[in-house]
Design a protein around this ligand. Structure first.
Ligand SMILES: Cc1ncc(COP(=O)(O)O)c(C=O)c1O
Length: 421
């Protein structure tokens, strides 16, 4: 395997840790070292490792049928749970990853409107599908003007991809409105992540969202929410917290109970028109492992356990962590910014908050020490029993305890103190 593994986000030099076993909030590596897992597989393990209800559901399902090209009851039950819980999800279809969910959300917007263009925010990550990956991390040499960002396709994307994507500066109401209006007659949809992870869990502002809603209502385009990550923001979905009703929602991560999953859903009229075989099924939606029974069983068990009480307890733990991180900054006197909400925390060793992707790039370029200090802190935490997301994030699980959180805050404080000036 190039680099010795299969996922570049988990690589760090000289080689990543290799996992052997997980239990609750803990993960053990191949050297037998135990750590508090604050990655939780990039936020997808909402109950940490080996939750008894999830294990039992998977074992029971494995004994019945692992894989089959027929629908199952588990699929119906998970769909019902999601549709009942998430305000704007009137109908849903399953797939195998968040990347696929966003891919189908984009296809649905294009198929429903008959238009080609998708708008997205500069610097926002939406998975690896070609359209979605445009300008997720563009280089300054290619990104164009700040008030009219260029569409920069990722390496390996077809040259035509950029033509069908327009790029909005994050939370910039005035320029965003102008860009959307310029393309209004060809606009299929606007893809929005309510909490942009790659911008340090930056929330989309209500003014920006209101502008997008106004503009798409004027031109008949659709609002697509990517809640693959940000579903953690609200028990009834991030859109419910924001008081918005997206036309299409992409889901993934926690709804699979730790197994591979994606889901696309939203307005019943759109879903029926495009995905219901009885109405002509205009949009081809195949996939050998769609709604595979093991994932459905695991997702159902996990989401049932993740009730409102569990959601609130986890959000309080997240707040405890954000408080601890702020306190560590205060005591150590180190510059840093703490972001995030509910069970998510971002921790960046920068000396002022950023507002856009370009701010982040400029700041990192002006002070190479930020990247060095961040890496040193990541390694300090690894050596003090904590696995965080190397890019500066923590995603807690219901298996996390208050003493785990306090251990993480203490390790961050000792790490900050040990950093070179
Ligand atoms: C906002 C967002 N969208 C889409 C994806 C892609 O999901 P997956 O990794 O399951 O393909 C991710 C993954 O981190 C994500 O954070």
């Amino acid at each position: 395997m190039p680099g010795g593994n299969t996922r570049h986000s988990v690589f760090f030099p000289p080689y990543p840790l290799y996992a052997v076993r997980g239990k609750g909030s803990r993960i053990w590596d191949a050297d037998g070292v135990e750590r508090i897992d604050c990655m939780n597989n990039y936020s997808s393990l909402i109950h940490g490792h080996g939750h008894p209800a999830v294990l039992e559901a998977v074992a029971r399902q494995a004994a019945d049928v692992i894989s089959v090209a027929l629908p199952t009851e588990q699929e119906i039950e998970l769909a019902e749970l999601l549709v009942e819980r998430l305000d704007a999800l009137e109908q849903v279809r399953f797939c195998n990853s968040g990347t696929e969910a966003v891919l189908f959300a984009i296809k649905a917007a294009r198929a429903h409107t008959g238009r080609p263009i998708i708008a997205k925010v500069e610097g926002a990550y939406h998975g690896s599908a070609e359209t979605a990956s445009v300008s997720s991390s563009p280089s300054p040499a290619k990104w164009g003007r700040a008030d009219a960002p260029a569409s920069v396709p990722g390496l390996g994307c077809g040259p035509g991809v950029a033509a069908d994507v327009i790029v909005l500066p994050m939370n910039d109401v005035e320029n965003g409105r102008r860009i959307l209006r310029e393309h209004a007659d060809r606009l299929a949809g606007v893809l929005v992540d309510p909490l942009v992870k790659n911008l340090g869990f930056m929330p989309v502002t209500t003014a920006f969202l209101a502008m997008i809603r106004e503009e798409i209502d004027r031109c008949g385009a659709l609002l697509i929410f990517d809640e693959v990550y940000s579903l953690r923001l609200g028990f009834h979905g991030a859109h419910a917290v924001l008081g918005e009703r997206p036309d299409i929602i992409a889901l993934g991560k926690i709804i699979g109970g730790g197994l591979p999953i994606g889901a696309v859903g939203g307005r019943a009229d759109i879903m029926t028109e495009l995905f219901d075989p009885r109405s002509g099924a205009r949009l081809a939606h195949a996939g050998t492992f769609n709604a595979n029974p093991l994932t459905m069983a695991a997702g159902l068990a996990a989401m049932r356990q993740f009730d409102e009480a569990a959601f609130s307890r986890l959000a309080a733990l997240g707040q405890r962590l954000r408080n601890g991180l702020n306190e560590a900054l205060r005591i150590s006197g180190r510059p840093g910014v703490v972001t995030g909400a509910t069970s998510l925390a971002g921790f960046f060793l920068i000396d002022r908050p950023i507002a856009t992707y370009r701010d982040l790039v400029a700041l990192m370029g002006a002070d190479p020490g930020v990247a060095r200090r961040s890496e040193a802190l990541f390694r300090h935490l690894l050596n003090h029993g904590v696995l965080m997301i190397a890019q500066g994030f923590f995603a807690l699980s219901t298996a996390t305890t208050e003493s785990d959180v306090d251990h993480v805050s203490d390790a961050v404080l000792s790490g900050l103190r040990s950093l070179p000036a």
